[in-house]
Design a protein around this ligand. Structure first.
Ligand SMILES: Cc1ncc(COP(=O)(O)O)c(C=O)c1O
Length: 407
């Protein structure tokens, strides 16, 4: 089978994305995906009709209530949770700060947490800062700098009976590495710790299951899977019920509402629901409940992206002037690379000149890129594939990178 052939009809899929008409090759998905027209329309429709705040006795208030309930149900389907355990918020970062502040209220001096060097800073800094405020010891899970993997075995030594929390990513948006979250979570639970998983990058490329991962909290952000900028943290409602965030007095005490501050962007929540529907409808063969359609469609996405990516990855590694960071066996269709003698910004400028959107820098994986020693040189260049990228585009990416040489 040629790369790109399979269960995903990419020509049909591309027709769903008005943004593709700019003619660029969008290899910048890990920082934010393009939006399908269905999401744009859903947001616009929620702004066209009257939508008031929640809690009123008139139809436009009921509409607001419905938009919140639909978004919770959609995110729950996406990650295998329940709607009552879906906390919605401005971004994964904002929600993780809320959760860190809330959990830290239960920590005692001398308690311990474990963060990972592989993670985006949004799943490191909130925990480290709150640990500092509460006299809590921070332990670091290290990355194998050759492979970019986060070995699970090290958690045996990192976990103690004082460990309260383990924070780690389901996939690095810098290297694509997917750690064995389930194995790490099992060890963490045996030590009595809670597990907070960053699913932001992972959720765009495979169907997540909060239970199978062993995540007590799973954080996602809709802009990474073709939705608007809205974050969500999914947990067992019974666990949320044990936690007490700082909140305004009139905010309802029920979960998950007590974790949500201020009036939500109702129109964007309509977009979140539409984005999950978009993912669920990606395979023509998807039938059944939305979770079942997501399972079929995300399997087709994973197969399609995986085929394209193995070609891209192999071609990049075969180029003598290119260094691809890491070599993990299990990754998303995302890689970061450097070119000897060229700053990543220069590479990104050259790629942009050739009509390619590619990010350069540290992608907020500051700790990881410090460990890999690439930050002094400006980080790396990232190429990330989404379900709307094509084999032709991968060929063009490969040719374009091959043509780059230091001046
Ligand atoms: C892996 C990962 N985690 C966390 C975040 C932060 O998400 P947000 O922008 O919603 O705060 C990002 C954003 O790019 C990310 O890629």
């Amino acid at each position: 089978m040629e790369p790109g052939e399979g269960r995903l009809d990419v020509a049909r899929v591309r027709g769903l994305f008005p943004g593709l008409s700019d003619g660029f090759v969008h290899a910048d998905g890990p920082a934010g995906a393009l939006l399908p027209e269905s999401v744009v329309l859903a947001v616009a429709q929620a702004m066209r009709v009257p939508v008031a705040d929640r809690g009123g006795v008139f139809p436009s208030s009921a509409r607001a209530e419905g938009l919140v309930a639909s978004a919770r149900a959609a995110v729950a389907d996406l990650v295998g949770g329940v709607p009552a355990g879906v906390v919605l918020g401005a971004s994964m970062t904002a929600l993780t700060y809320t959760m860190a502040r809330t959990l830290a209220r239960t920590w005692r001096p001398g308690d311990e947490i474990v963060v990972s060097r592989l993670d985006h800073d949004a799943n490191i800094r909130p925990w480290v800062q709150l640990a500092e405020h509460h006299g809590v010891v921070v332990r670091w899970a290290e990355v194998d700098i050759e492979t970019g993997e986060l070995p699970a075995w090290q958690y045996e030594e990192l976990l103690t009976d004082r460990t309260r929390l383990v924070a780690l990513t389901a996939a690095s948006s810098a290297l694509g590495t997917r750690p064995d979250v389930a194995a790490i979570a099992q060890r963490a639970h045996a030590a009595g710790a809670l597990v907070y998983v960053d699913g932001v990058h992972a959720a765009a490329h495979a169907l997540l299951d909060v239970g199978a991962l062993g995540a007590d909290f799973l954080a996602v952000a809709a802009d990474k899977w073709c939705g608007p900028h809205v974050g969500a943290v999914v947990a067992d409602p019974a666990l949320l019920d044990e936690l007490h965030p700082e909140k305004l007095a009139p905010v309802p005490d029920r979960v998950p509402d007590r974790f949500e501050s201020g009036t939500p962007p109702f129109e964007l929540l309509a977009g979140v629901t539409a984005a999950v529907e978009h993912l669920a409808g990606l395979s023509d063969q998807a039938t059944g409940s939305r979770r079942e359609r997501l399972r079929t469609s995300m399997a087709a996405v994973a197969e399609y992206e995986g085929g394209l990516f193995s070609w891209l990855d192999q071609a990049m590694r075969a180029m003598r002037h290119v260094q691809v960071l890491g070599s993990a066996a299990d990754t998303t269709p995302t890689l970061s690379f450097t070119i000897a003698g060229m700053r990543p910004r220069q590479v990104a400028v050259e790629l942009a000149r050739r009509g390619i959107c590619a990010w350069d820098g540290d992608f907020y994986a500051r700790e990881l890129f410090d460990a890999l020693g690439v930050n002094e040189e400006g980080g790396a260049v990232q190429l990330g594939l989404m379900h709307y990228n094509t084999a032709d585009e991968v060929g063009y990416l490969v040719d374009s990178v091959a043509s780059l040489r230091p001046r």
